[in-house]
Design a protein around this ligand. Sequence first.
Ligand SMILES: Cc1cc2nc3c(=O)[nH]c(=O)nc-3n(C[C@H](O)[C@H](O)[C@H](O)COP(=O)(O)OP(=O)(O)OC[C@H]3O[C@@H](n4cnc5c(N)ncnc54)[C@H](O)[C@@H]3O)c2cc1C
Length: 400
Amino acid sequence: MDLSLSPDESAFRDEVRGFIRDQLPDEIGERMRSGHSARKADIVAWQRILNKKGWAAYSWPEEWGGPGWSAVQRMIFLEEIQGAPAPEVNPFNITMLGPVLIQFGSPEQKARFLPRAANLDDWWCQGFSEPGAGSDLAALKTAARREGDEYVVNGQKIWTSTAHQADWCFVLVRTDPHAAKRQEGISFVLIDMKTPGITVRPIVSIDGSHHLNEVFFDEVRVPVAMRIGEENKGWDVAKFLLGNERTGIARLGKSKERVKFAKEKAREMRAHGRPLSEDHEFRRRIAQLETELKSLEITQLRVLSAQKAGEGRQDPLTAVLKLKGTELLQATTELAMDVGGPLSMPDWADELEALSNEPELGPVWATEATRSYLFLRAASIYGGTNEIMKNIVSKAVLGL
Ligand SMILES: Cc1cc2nc3c(=O)[nH]c(=O)nc-3n(C[C@H](O)[C@H](O)[C@H](O)COP(=O)(O)OP(=O)(O)OC[C@H]3O[C@@H](n4cnc5c(N)ncnc54)[C@H](O)[C@@H]3O)c2cc1C
């Protein structure tokens, strides 16, 4: 097993890095470097630049507008985007819906939706989870009854990321409430978010952002032609999609970027009369995180190397990548926040500013580091919780 990058792969890394350096609009790059999360307009603008180059749909085959890259090239691409940092392509369009359409869509569905998904002409969201169906997704209740050429959908979804910004939603609905097994009565449908009967309500998360929503369906009429795959076979489509969702969720590039960022800022901050970067405990923490990131990088290359050699189907080791990757993402965003010390407390700084009419106390990078730390507590929940990942590892990897 060769775990080093080949000369071609190293050249590819340089090409991607050069493209981002030259093409990422300064204004977006500046916002990202100061730790802000990307706005919708930034993501759309950047994804269109990537799409012009043929890179936006980075995991799709050439036939459908992708670059036809190997798994290692895809990993390099993601790491460079996250490390720059530049906005990441919309995962609902590219890693989730796109491959589903390519695998299960009709020729008409592919022709209509794939180019628009790649160019972000349509912004997609994912309507899977419900109040009573998260880890146990097959318990979902949102119902679709058939009336001629239409389904009539009633029910509720929850935790629907960016539903308030979305044009379309891919939704799991129950089309056969009497199926012998719960998994057998589910279908996968595409719903236009402008259809009458849809209500989107915000859920504000702990960082103060509006990313999540509840989505209610009240007698929503959906053409049967918007179903992907066969009726009552949506569970197969969902399993395929969830496998893809987990790939790349480790976000190693983002964690590495956070450590680099923390090291830079630690040179500006002071602890006990000296630069924080010289503090013994701080240096120990950096060394530990960098060692763990290196181990995860090697594990990721092992998984990819097995896939390259054709050994790995849906490799259960991707559960390890998700588990460890999100633990490190949380640890590295915490590090970036800690570097700011008390200046990282956004509410406290804002309040003092209002009271004293003084300019903002904390630098933007520090308060944004806290927002990012707070939001990414959710990384061990979305894409399958880390407890579920441990169940997969114990069964499929350790054979317990
Ligand atoms: C930021 C964020 C964005 C999200 N975006 C979307 C989205 O766009 N679309 C969408 O459909 N969903 C989305 N989700 C929902 C996400 O998929 C669910 O939250 C997740 O699947 C867990 O489901 P749940 O919240 O119902 O928790 P539950 O499944 O009720 O779990 C509660 C707790 O019990 C544990 N648990 C459950 N079952 C087991 C078990 N068998 N063994 C051991 N422990 C177990 C879990 O690990 C967890 O700690 C998002 C969630 C978050 C936090």
